[in-house]
Structure formats: structure tokens, C-alpha cells
Design a protein around this ligand. Sequence first.
Ligand code: NAD
Length: 433
Amino acid sequence: MMKINRYNWKTMNSKEKETLFSRSEIDIKDVQESVKDIIKQVREKGDTALLSLNHKFDKTPLDMKLRVSEQEFDQAESLLSEEVKKALQYSIDNVRRFHSSQLPEAMKMVEIQPGLLVGEKAIPIDSVGLYVPRGRGFFPSMLYMLSIPAVTAGVRRVCVVTPPDENGTVDPACLYAAKLCGVHEIYKVGGAQAIAALAYGTESIEKVEKLSGPGSMYVTAAKRLLYDQVDVGLPAGPSESIVLADGSANPQKVALDLMIEAEHGSDSAALLITHDSNLADNCERIIKELCAELPEPRKTFVEDVMKGYGGIIVTDSLEESAEVANLFATEHLQIQTKEPFHTLSLIKNAGEILLGENTPFSIANYAAGPNAVLPTGGNAKTWSAVSVRDFIKYSSVIFSTEAALNEISPHVECLADYEGFTTHGDALKKRRK
Ligand code: NAD
């Protein structure tokens, strides 16, 4: 009989809260030693290590080529149905439209006092490496969610790493999506070894300035170990979601939406938070019915999540439900309440917020427009979804006229003297003389 965790927020003990709130991110320490060894191998042996690790973890031929060839790109298109190609084009168009709206002005200056112009110059990061996972599913959607903001930002070199299958080939939908996004540099390598290759470079993979993209605990562990070698970007780990609902919600729709993120893997989290125990009971029953019909391995993943990092939390009020959701700071939040826009005003922490029963996680994950690569593990308290901004940095720009310099100098000299920085003050005083 399937088990679904049921908690009452008021009586939940601190151990239960800690387990739920730390979710599977905590398991990363279990793989750190083996990931350290993978990184060492890649650093010391480059491509040779990549080929042998590919063989070990992904059962690939040892003599495979790491870079996807032009011929493979061309073949990919012929392997896909017209329907899949159309769906990819449709989704990519929406995602591109949304991300184009995020482009900042290349240069912004304001005259903050007469003759003193200050501002920022937006400069795309020179090279980025995007991790597209494959272990538990194909992710062409991840490919366009990561590539579109990078290409839109104007990054000169956008490359992708993704695990190959046993024949040493990459998912054709990923290759087709890459072509539509204008990305031509793809390497057939996944896991911690791919992250190490992007951070240090190998004979065939040039190192990059920044990484982006979610992955398994091996990928996350590698990023944590390499954070001082390369910009590791957004902390995106195992998927997690909350459906926040009240008594007005349709239990069938809540149950369906709750299972969406749970099907990513046993380490995902999927919680229903509600102050209506009738809704909780009905959802519990419907999830069990729906789960029985799922094919493997999705059935096992959903079952594991519901007795692991997921389940149902019953609170005393809508306000308390929102408070629990804010504490959890989930990656995906869906609100199915009578007045979703009012509930929105109670939310402070969530990677994305979907309003109402007609906005399930699925449409946001693929085609609504905003990015589906979102902060996990509580990082939504300080991080945002992947965006064009992730691939742009800003240089401050200042221009002063002589009159403005004369006006500002006495104040700067005073503060420089106070801090004991003689040269700073002298540079102004001696210039005047
Ligand atoms: P993955 O590509 O991250 O991992 C597969 C790779 O892990 C393999 O290619 C292999 O090289 C390596 N590996 C496998 N077993 C190993 C071992 N024992 N030791 C060392 N390396 C090993 O794909 P995945 O497993 O499907 O993980 C994807 C993750 O990304 C999931 O947790 C999913 O929830 C998450 N995800 C997150 C988002 C987001 O926006 N946050 C979106 C999509 C997916």
C-alpha cells in the first residue's frame, strides 16, 4: 500500500521539519569523496579520463568522439517527428520572447551632479558551459531554457555538455533544439566529469568562465567543489514543488499537479500545504489512484517522494500555509486558492509562482516563457530563476569634468585622510596645485 506522508504543522517535531526543509541536498556529502576523485582524474588526464568515466558511468564505447559532429546535428533532425519539431519551435519562440524582454540597456548613464556622469556598461560573459542532464529523462527543454538566455545576452561562446547513451550519441531533440537556439558546440559527457572538464579544460573542451544548469547530486557536488575555479552559477539541484491550496481547490487538479515534480526522481520533493483537511484526504486518495496507473520508473519515483521528501502538511489557516511555503522557499510554487492574486501577496520566497488551477507546473516547465531552471534547496530565499542577467556582468562607468572634480575633491580628501590613505588624498590635492 502506497504511503503518503501527512504532517500537522503545529505538531510536527523538529526532526520531521529538518528532514523536509533540508531535502535531498544533504545527501551530497555522501558522494563528495568519489566526486573529488573524478575531478582529479579529469584534471590530470583530460580527455582520456572523460572517455573512461563515460564508459564507466554511461557504458559508452571507449573510442567515441566527445564533440557532436555536423553530421550528427543533421541526422538528429531526421530522427524527430514533425510534431516534436513543431512543439520545440513553439516553446522556443515563447521562451525567446520572454527572455528578450529581460535584455538591459547596453549602457546607462545618469548625471548625478553637474559634470559627474555615472552609470553601468552591460557586458556579456565571454564563455559559458551549460549542463543539460540526461540520467532520468531527456531534457531538450533544459537545453533551450539555458541556451536562450545565454544567446540572448550575447555570450560569445555557448557550449553544452550532456551525457551520451550507450552508443555514444546525444538525444536528437537536444541537438535539434540546440540548432534552433543557435548553439553548435556540444560535448557528449555528463556528471561530475563534465563539470570538471568545463572548469579546467581538456584537450577537446576549452574551459569556460561560467557554468549553468541543473543536475544530479554528482553534478551539484562537483560544482560545490569547484566554486573557486569557475563561476558555478545558480544552485539548482533535485526538483521540488509546493502546491498551496484551500478548500476551493479541485482535489483532482491539485493531485495531478503535485505529482508533476515528483516524477523527476526519488530525491525530489513535492508537498501539498493546505488548511483544509477534506482537501488533504481527497488528494491523498486521488494520488494513490493516479500513481497506480503510472508506468515505471515514474511510479517508483512518485511513491518514493510521497514517503520521502514529499507529502501533505495541514496548517490552521491560509496565512500559516503561506508562512510554511516561505520557510521552505521552494523551487516551484503553485497556488490553487479562491483568490490566488491575494495569496500571491503573502509569498516572499519561491523560484516561480504559478497562479490558479489553469497554470500547472507543466506549462511553465516547457513553454510559458519564463525560465524553468530555478533555485532549489532553499536558495529561492536569495536567488532568482536563470535569466539573461545570469549571462551579463556590469562594469561601473564614471566621467567627471574638472568643475565636478573640484566640487567632489574636498569631501574625498577628508575621508581619505580619516582612513589613512595618504596617496588617495594627495592625488587630488597635488593635482589642484
Ligand atoms: P544527470 O545528467 O545530472 O546525471 C547523470 C550522470 O551522472 C551520468 O551521465 C553519469 O556520468 C553520472 N553518474 C551516474 N552514476 C554515477 C556514480 N555512481 N558516480 C558518479 N557519477 C555518476 O541526470 P539526472 O540523474 O537525471 O539528474 C538530473 C537532476 O536535475 C534531477 O535531480 C532533477 O530533479 C534535476 N533537475 C532540476 C531542474 C531545475 O530546474 N532545478 C530541472 C531539471 C532537472
